[in-house]
Design a protein around this ligand. Structure first.
Ligand code: MN
Length: 289
């Protein structure tokens, strides 16, 4: 299992200075992996990132949320086309960096919709993701669809809804991405969704209810980690936290990051790394009980 951290813990920019800060801080905090948000894939220097990651011995994943202009569920064919092209670019970037995972809200825009999804929108997104999955499989990359709360998508808000959508896509290269922050809002508990998703779980985000320090909010982490052990999950487990202390304009607006939950990225990250590793260590022993 690889423990990772989202780059927005350390930097809001992805030029040489920002990437260097993110990579070096990830290693210093004891993580194995850096998740890079590809909010601007066409402006991202994959060669620079690959070199920095290799120099620091880190694995990499990438994530993003689509926008109105790239929404795969849109009734506007130009937006669907732009979304598919952008996700192809992201797959190429992940491959160039040696990564094996692309995740996030890559099936709809990441925004508060004012209407439920349409059948045509679902079908459009499922068809595009089916084509992207074939490309991903060729590159050895897993696409994981992040289940997020009702204020960030209308397409799926629970693990079981994600499984139903995966069945519509019909590709083994597409998996479910669960996030404790979103689960805490939408799911019946923190244990059953992991069992429901089972071996179709491809990616995990660990976030607190307010997205700050783990253990300082209301997410019930113990049953979630027990469930990961129960299903034998072996994929990335990535800490996600946001504060107005580190700002990326697009993502901060989309996620509603309006206040300061921490100041010291390095302390936050080192704490999260210990918290997650200790929980996984403990639940690993349950197999002997
Ligand atoms: Mn997340």
């Amino acid at each position: 299992m690889q423990l990772g951290v989202h780059a927005l813990v350390f930097t809001g920019t992805f030029d040489r200075a920002g990437l260097t800060t993110a990579v070096e801080s990830t290693r210093a905090a004891g993580f194995d992996l850096l998740e890079i948000p590809l909010m601007d894939p066409y402006g991202f220097d994959r060669k620079l990132a690959a070199g920095l990651l290799a120099d620091n011995g880190l694995a990499v994943t990438a994530s993003l949320g689509l926008s109105d202009a790239t929404d795969l569920t849109s009734a506007n064919p130009a937006a669907v086309e732009a979304g598919e092209r952008m996700l192809e670019e992201c797959l190429d970037i992940v491959a160039a960096m040696g990564g094996r995972h692309l995740c996030g809200v890559i099936y709809s825009a990441m925004k508060k919709y004012l209407e439920p999804p349409t059948q045509a929108g679902r079908a459009s997104s499922a068809a595009a993701l089916g084509r992207l999955a074939a490309r991903a499989a060729d590159l050895g990359i897993t696409l994981s669809l992040e289940v997020v709360n009702r204020y960030e998508t209308n397409l799926m808000n629970t693990g079981r809804q994600a499984l139903a959508f995966l069945d519509e896509i019909g590709s083994d290269a597409v998996r479910v991405h669960l996030d404790t922050y979103h689960m805490h809002i939408e799911e019946s508990d923190m244990f059953s969704p992991v069992l429901d998703v089972g071996d179709r779980l491809g990616y995990v985000h660990i976030g607190e209810s307010h997205r700050g320090y783990l253990g300082s909010g209301t997410v019930d982490f113990d049953p979630f980690f027990r469930a990961l052990a129960r299903v034998g999950y072996d994929g990335p487990v990535v800490f996600e936290s946001f504060s107005s202390a580190v700002v990326n304009d697009d993502l901060s607006r989309a996620l509603g990051i309006w206040r300061n939950l921490w100041q010291d990225s390095d302390d936050l990250a080192a704490h999260a790394q210990r918290f997650i590793r200790d929980h996984l260590h403990a639940v690993g022993s349950i197999a002997m009980h």
